[in-house]
Design a protein around this ligand. Sequence first.
Ligand code: ATP
Ligand code: MG
Length: 138
Amino acid sequence: MERTLSIIKPDGVSRGLIGDVIKKIEGRGLKIVAMKMLHLTPAEARGFYAVHRERPFFEGLTTFMSSGPAVVMVLGGDNAIARWRELMGATDYRKAAEGTIRREFATDIEKNVVHGSDAPETAAFEIGYFFNRLEIFV
Ligand code: ATP
Ligand code: MG
């Protein structure tokens, strides 16, 4: 079983989309094996998105990610990383496929409702950023 980190970003939480996102996750057969709500500090958001620190959107992204509470989850299942990214849809919601979360709910390339790890190494880093072993239920 593969694991991936999923976040319902502050826009998704403030717009009341937690239930819709979880419905789609479970409906797609991905298993939620860890979950918590937290409000990232700007420093914590910068640490999480450190791979993007040279990008022009880094300041905006980390300000947004620390603007309110988010829901962080570990999802498990066969091919969980790719399957969760497929369900999220493209980063730019205008290019996201029909039926994806971003196509249905996102309003902005930055405020795109959800996050998903993009590879096994980033999944391991991101899961460890938020959860310890005792908080993950296989
Ligand atoms: P995520 O890592 O959040 O799952 P992603 O892998 O689809 O999204 P990345 O390229 O890793 O996309 O970008 C991280 C996040 O930065 C995006 O989800 C989005 O919130 C923001 N972002 C990406 N590109 C832009 C952009 N051109 N302008 C503004 N924000 C952007
Ligand atoms: Mg990414």
